[in-house]
Write a new protein. Structure first.
Length: 213
């Protein structure tokens, strides 16, 4: 995992737990543990290392792609509640933006998936886009303290996000201008880890948006 820029593709965290790919090296694990103050769970999803794209979660637990096998799911459940998110969208992390109070999801998500997200994660769920993108989990990053989103997010989307999450909403980028902030940023209420190409200016925007300063 050393030198990886797209942290949000490979890992997912809440305020208490971090799901990391099994091949993550000790240095990366220690960075996540120390910076985010989480218990790390090394895992694969259907043998895949793109864990961040395939799951979403908050303090209630994790929802995982329905492709997760029984042994992988059981391992996560040893630490924190987890279950499969059924439906045609296997990339839960790409399609769900969630914290402890609310969730914004891909507008094409089924009613059954929306209900499952609401019940399991105990949040109000809203359909919508960020910067016109339906993959809201990659177009934004939310913690319990703030929201950072794609720089093409329009005023309507930003105002709505502010109402949904009841938090300040900022635009920003990661990794030398990538607008997909959810792909390059791993964050919770206690800290963040960002892709290796991210500039100091971009980090300043992250820290403003997510309430670290």
């Amino acid at each position: 995992m050393r030198g990886v820029s797209v942290l949000g593709v490979f890992a997912r965290c809440t305020d208490e737990f971090g799901l990391l790919p099994r091949e993550a090296d000790d240095s990366f694990i220690h960075t996540i543990q120390n910076t985010l103050d989480v218990t790390v769970i090394p895992i694969t999803v259907d043998g895949s290392s793109v864990v961040g794209s395939l799951c979403c979660g908050n303090s209630k637990g994790f929802l995982i792609s329905e492709r997760v096998n029984d042994s992988e799911l059981a391992k996560i459940n040893n630490y924190v509640p987890a279950q499969r998110l059924k439906g045609i969208y296997t990339a839960a992390g790409n399609n769900v933006l969630v914290n402890d109070s609310a969730a914004l999801v891909n507008p094409n998500l089924s009613d059954a998936a929306v209900e499952e997200i609401s019940e399991f994660l105990d949040v109000k769920v809203y359909r919508g886009t960020i910067g016109g993108l339906k993959t809201v989990g990659m177009a934004g990053c939310v913690t319990n303290k703030g929201v950072l989103v794609h720089p093409r997010a329009n005023t309507f989307e930003m105002d709505r996000l502010g109402e949904i999450f009841a938090l300040p909403v900022y635009i920003g980028t990661v990794n030398l201008g990538s607008p997909l902030v959810g792909s390059g940023l791993l964050a919770n209420s206690k800290g963040y880890v960002v892709g290796t190409e991210t500039t100091g200016h971009e980090m300043g925007r992250i820290e403003d948006a997510l309430g670290y300063i």
